[in-house]
Design a protein around this ligand. Sequence first.
Ligand code: SF4
Length: 424
Amino acid sequence: MKIYLDMVGCRLNQAEIEQMARQFRAQGHEIAASAGVADMVVVNTCSVTSEAAADSRQKIRQAARAGAGEVVPTGCWTSLAPAEALDLPGVRRIVLNDDKDHLVPDLLGLSRQEFDLEPLARLSLPGLRQRTRAFIKVQDGCDNACTFCITTVARGAGKSRPAPDVLEDIRAALLGGAQEIVLTGVHLGSWGQDFTAPLHLRDLVALILSDTDTPRLRLSSLEPWDLDEGFFSLWENPRLMPHLHLPLQSGSDSVLKRMRRKTTPDTFRALVEAARAACPGVAITTDVIAGFPGETDEEFSETLSLVDGIQFAGGHVFTYSARPGTPAARMKNHIPRDIRKRRNAVLRAAFAESGLAYREQFVGRTASVLWESASELTEQGWKMEGLAGNYIRVTAFAPEARWNQVDAVRLVGLEGEGMRGEIG
Ligand code: SF4
């Protein structure tokens, strides 16, 4: 069978479809580059915002219209709205999050117990979902209860994958030519805490760095309360990428309390200072929600001044979107859409300014860059785009296309939201 794998949303959804591809290939099936040529399309859906839920439905409809034999929705939106998913065109079966780890044997009618994955190389997906970096799922679900969050509802309790399984996936990705491994999960920082003999994410990172030849290891989003000062000693190893994504969500103590976030502006600031002391030049990026229910002008100013004070290397701003089934959706004093949008724009401008200031300090320095795309052949050669260790996007020209290769690049100037470089 030809199978096309698609997704909406987070790195975890990407990691899951990459793993499904490996499992389907192990059973002799071909991974297609588009829905139009596929006998089956699997769509890993998302529900983090109402837009993401709408994009998920649209992808399912598009796959059916493209002529796919069957469309199988799975993931967060599907798990929250199973009846609606079953009603969409081209859909005969759905797979809920609880069964997603067994999606391939279930869809192929194989026994879950006998289904075993040969140590097959993990290759990047063809088509739109091709990624240079390998996203590796190490954990699923979450035991926190942030009041705006639907993910913890859709994915259930926190569950860590055993270290040997994670190492096996990483080795399969390295066998497939991956130059960078990205660890991902719903609540990555809680890895190991649900084991009989609890472990910490620090232990897993140290194990990966000591027991595999991973050239570049990157950590996805980490909740600030999971990290202690000792965590940052891991960055003594140059194979661990100097980038920390720490969701702040709000800079106001009273809003953080209403969000039921286990951090405060002061502890967050102290954590960033500890990270910068341990790893000078580390990129600290974040997520902030604009317009959480009840957010007053004063509370918004507190967020803005904390964001300005910390000088992040970058940040995502989400306009608050009420998700049915979350405590925040039932709160009073929802902020009018135009005000939420305005606050979003103010925060984006603050991140653009601090991001520029962060990149400016790297002009004239050399960075190790992993090339992710060779977009076009110009008079100056192939236009390459890639990622430096500190997550700065770099563009440069090369005589040959250098996709999935790592080069030392001299950063010569700023360009858009990234930098311009010269190879060698
Ligand atoms: S930590 Fe909070 S925001 Fe993150 S997945 Fe858990 S409940 Fe959601």
